[in-house]
Design a protein around this ligand. Sequence first.
Ligand code: FAM
Length: 434
Amino acid sequence: TKSLRDTLQEVIPVKQEQLRKLKSEHGQTVVGDVKVDNIIGGMRGLKAMLWEASVLDPIEGIRFHGLSIPDCQKVLPAAPGGKEIIPESMLWLLLTGQVPTPEQTQALSRELAEKGDLPKFVEQLIDSFPRTLHPMTQLGMAVAALNHDSSFQAAYERGMKKPEYWTHTLEDCINLIARLPALAARIYRNVYNPGTELATIDKNLDLVGNYSNMLGYGDNHSLTEYLRLYIALHGDHEGGNASAHTAHLVNSTLSDPYLSYSAALFALAGPLHGLANQEVLRWQLAMQKELGDNITHEDIKAYLWKTLKSGQVVPGYGHGVLRNPDPRFIALQEFCDSRPELKGSPIIDLVNKTFQVAPDVLKEHGKTKNPYPNVDATSGMFSFVEFKYYTVIFGVSRALGALTQLVWARALGLPLERPKSMSMDALEKFIKNQ
Ligand code: FAM
């Protein structure tokens, strides 16, 4: 069976030729208008960057290289003994555009396990952080420190040529994805279970199998499977979201993948983006505490209005692009529904009931363009309640898309990103001269 690198060696020239043709034949084709609204409105809807891995349709949701989430659930290999998609098969798809065989997926699992240990100084760095430092801050700092061993940076200093950029980017990306579980689990241990022993990496296990072991949940098959699906599904969501875009922007300066992804993690740590999953659980637990047992739809409706009237957003609802319930939310909800051991979980019940009520309340409220749940609305479905840790799991996942697309940006020779900004005076002058 073909290795990941051999597969890439084959697909890269094809894409390079596609780009060359696109540029020479259609370089001047107009794709859309730029309105003042776009400039002052967070560039929403502007088609302005190249991203191969996935395309987001407002109604249908995400497709990874053309495959919808249900398609992926059908064709992407699971872990031995598991049923859910694993991050390795999603990584392979995002990187190559091809569906891997189970053998290819397992070879990638083994490579990641072999590269998964942390350098001693990074372990010491993480261990030196106060327990009260937010887990996302710890993750971002530790990822940046891994650039000590960057293959890209070392090769750049030696004077590597442009065609070699992607190979060193790939080495860094694979090494970083391999090390994320050990980083993230060490942070979890230090913050929530200090002094306890961390499991070592088992070379025969998949990435999330090892992550779950190191978190101390290896015996919980249901949670391990949920994590596999969760991490695979959060892997990529087009290029324009704040974390993926940050990685892309920073890497376009030829900063190495570690620094680029560290920056991306700090974008993910904002409450309008990845931190929303922490906020969802905090909000649902507060609702549970206030309303007690046997919560009715009417109770939830009143609680939603209370949140909205206090000027807060309802976390886990709304989206910059989506205009329908997020298919990632639906897939995770279906996972929970299919598991007899999760039946009757009060928090899962609350997430489901909130979904039955919130869209109508948000429609009546009338502000958001999308009254439906995004992926973060599922946060309560995890069986652990350390909500400050949730975005770290998202951070382990988003590496799949953000990092694999750095390989493509370098393979395609994309330039330094540098949009033109304008002042209000300059805009007014431009409008006057129209
Ligand atoms: N609850 C209350 N108001 C909301 C809302 C929500 N869930 N979502 C949007 N709005 C408001 C929004 O604040 C804005 O109000 P103002 O005009 O007063 O500023 C108005 O509706 C129009 O916003 P929009 O055009 O519908 O949304 P945006 O594209 O500006 O923002 C989100 C998109 C995701 C930032 C926004 O929906 C939000 O704040 N949601 C809650 C936080 C959240 O769940 N974020 C996670 C997003 C997720 F997919 C991810 O990145 N992981």
